[in-house]
Design a protein around this ligand. Structure first.
Ligand SMILES: O=C(O)CCC(=O)C(=O)O
Length: 280
């Protein structure tokens, strides 16, 4: 995991204003994120297609931001990297006391993706979470469990070296989610050590790069502050889409004048193909 600080304050103010405007105008595309495997995530709303609803708000530029995209390319591989998904999430304040007296309302631990054994970092996909509002330990945070490559190589599916899912043997580990050793932080691990959960705090503009095969959660707390965040995913050209039904890629990006941008946005999931075939 690595953190950088891409957008500056004027950019941030504009992005935050665009988020609120988008939610007001396109409220029906901001469903309550309240689905499996995440459970009831407190009042959390997400627009998976804000690239369509707010095309001029500056979100395209986040995907190719000079503090984000070059690092993503290095981690994933410059020829292989492709855009997968982009959403904005609003986690609203939670004011009521929690029954157990703690401030934590919920942590829904999960892994977004499995691992790709042919990749040097086992990266099947990479996520970048950009905080658009300040996040400290008293508010809603992104939390993650550090996991070394050596540990990953010993995870059941990876160690067996088999599995389905794409070129060269991507491993479908989500089958193992019922196993607490796979799907919960290790309560005995020393704080900050491998296996223990870390809350990622940072000022607005912090970008968190994380391996989608790592265990992570939104830590939802009793707080009077809302959180705006961007959730961006990059995948590989050779692998199936991360999701067929979430983000549609706009033509201004898939048909961009710059060949590198065109290549980045060239992977088409089902929802993109459906739009294209119906609206040409
Ligand atoms: O909202 C959060 O901090 C958690 C996000 C998350 O679980 C994800 O991006 O997969």
């Amino acid at each position: 995991m690595q953190a950088t600080c891409p957008p500056r304050s004027a950019e941030l103010a504009a992005l935050n204003a665009a988020v609120e405007k988008d939610r007001e105008r396109f409220f029906y595309l901001w469903p309550l994120a309240n689905h499996e495997p995440f459970g009831a995530q407190g009042p959390c709303f997400a627009n998976m297609n804000i690239l369509l609803t707010s095309p001029d708000a500056g979100f395209d530029e986040i995907i190719t931001h000079p503090n984000i995209y070059p690092l993503a390319k290095r981690l994933m591989g410059a020829d292989s990297i492709r855009f997968e998904e982009f959403s904005v999430t609003i986690r609203e304040p939670i004011l009521e006391d929690q029954p157990d007296g703690s401030r934590i309302k919920q942590q829904a631990w999960h892994r977004d993706d499995s691992h790709w054994i042919d990749h040097p970092l086992l990266l099947r996909s990479l996520s970048v979470v950009v905080y658009l509002t300040d996040v400290d330990a008293s508010g809603h945070s992104f939390s993650i469990v550090p996991e070394s490559l050596a540990t990953k190589r010993n995870l059941p599916g990876v160690a067996e070296g088999g599995g389905e899912g794409g070129a060269g043997g991507a491993i479908e580990e989500r089958l193992l989610e019922d196993d607490p050793a796979y799907s919960l932080p290790n309560a005995d691990a020393p704080p900050g050590g491998e296996g223990s959960a870390v809350d990622v705090v940072g000022a607005a503009g912090t970008a968190i790069f994380f391996h989608t095969g790592n265990l992570h959660a939104g830590t939802v707390r009793q707080t009077d502050r809302l959180r705006h965040s961007i959730h961006l995913y990059y995948g590989h050209e050779a692998l199936p889409p991360l999701s067929d039904r979430l983000t549609a890629v706009p033509k201004r990006l898939s048909e961009h004048g710059d060949p590198e941008i065109r290549q980045l946005f060239s992977k088409k999931n089902e929802i993109t193909r459906l739009f294209e075939s119906n609206f040409n």
